[in-house]
Design a protein around this ligand. Sequence first.
Ligand SMILES: Cc1cc2nc3c(=O)[nH]c(=O)nc-3n(C[C@H](O)[C@H](O)[C@H](O)COP(=O)(O)OP(=O)(O)OC[C@H]3O[C@@H](n4cnc5c(N)ncnc54)[C@H](O)[C@@H]3O)c2cc1C
Length: 373
Amino acid sequence: MAEVHWRELKREVVDSGLCTGCAACVMACPRDVLGYGDDYFPVQIGEGMAHDQCVIGDRGCDICTRACPRFRDWESDLDEALFGRVRERDEVYGQVRSILLVRATDAGVAEVGQDGGLVSALLVWGLQTGRIDGALSSVIVDGGRGPFDAEPALVTTREQVLATAGSRYTYSANPLAMAQAEEEKLKQLALVGMSCQASINGSLPARKVNKYDRKIALTIGLLCSKTFTYEGQKQVLADHDIDITDVVKINIKGRYQVWTGDGGYHEIPLKLFHPHTREGCKLCPDFAAQHADISTGGIGADDNWTLTLIRTARGEEWMKGLIDAGLIEARPGEDDQVAMSLLTKLSTISRKRWPGDALPTRAGLPGLLPIVT
Ligand SMILES: Cc1cc2nc3c(=O)[nH]c(=O)nc-3n(C[C@H](O)[C@H](O)[C@H](O)COP(=O)(O)OP(=O)(O)OC[C@H]3O[C@@H](n4cnc5c(N)ncnc54)[C@H](O)[C@@H]3O)c2cc1C
């Protein structure tokens, strides 16, 4: 019998509110005991079992707890697996090799990118050079709900990458696209995901979930404070006389920016959206996608540049490949002091969300490594 399995994962992570809904456990579950609910949380879907029971777990399977990037000593386990050491107290946005501001030189990519188009440039280059044969990403759900409602999608061509570029501020558990990648027998994949999902990059090697660790060639994290519900965004937009179906782009830069199909531009105070925060984001302490190979965001003084944190050797290798191929323009992150101070500030704010009564970590602290505030 496994010492820990779905029963512990459910009690310690899902029921305690620490679960972000990243779907790593669902992706890794070898027997389809776990499914994914409309509320963005994992559920037990096996027949004839109690909601916290897993007969496969009773026979020795603990893979869901191992894949989970929030289970027990997650932060130090993942730090050590990826960086060979636990973070220092002042590494509030995690461990980095370098920080750059980047934008794509290919006009087709730059045009559709949310910020500098780096994520799309990486995916296109990876596909074209054979480094990956697909990417676990997200796509807008086709149904007239505007650029909001995203769901996981496998992309395998430049056209698909460009068609799925940009940011949706509803949640999309991109690791779920792994099922389609497996059906199509793809071997090397990039994972694009918000901070919580990007931490899978650390949990897979840390706890030896080898089948999926081998498949993920690069993890690109999206800096993220939170996601909002579709209905909540619709309501706030309606309160400002904006029909959600007229919206063509949204961005969040301290305020909620909206572009409509008739060429209109609107700004709405971000605080109006906070009551509509998705449940799984409320205790998430990771703004900066601290366990990605490359983390990307749009904060800073200049629009149309991607703030890029290069964290691992393979992240560095991919970035060098793009620079050498002339596909991106890059300058030092320190060029933009607004971006650098926001990075520290927003990372610190998110870390304070972690509850003090969460299970102690190996370091004897309440669930999370300490920070300098
Ligand atoms: C919900 C959310 C919140 C964010 N919050 C912040 C923030 O607070 N501060 C900040 O600096 N940056 C934030 N970002 C990151 C930022 O919006 C850009 O994604 C990032 O700067 C990369 O820009 P790009 O032009 O290089 O990416 P692009 O080339 O436009 O590629 C973006 C990639 O993200 C994927 N994607 C889009 N929406 C989702 C989604 N909902 N779920 C999963 N994948 C998705 C796309 O499919 C695409 O692969 C957030 C992103 C998201 C999705």
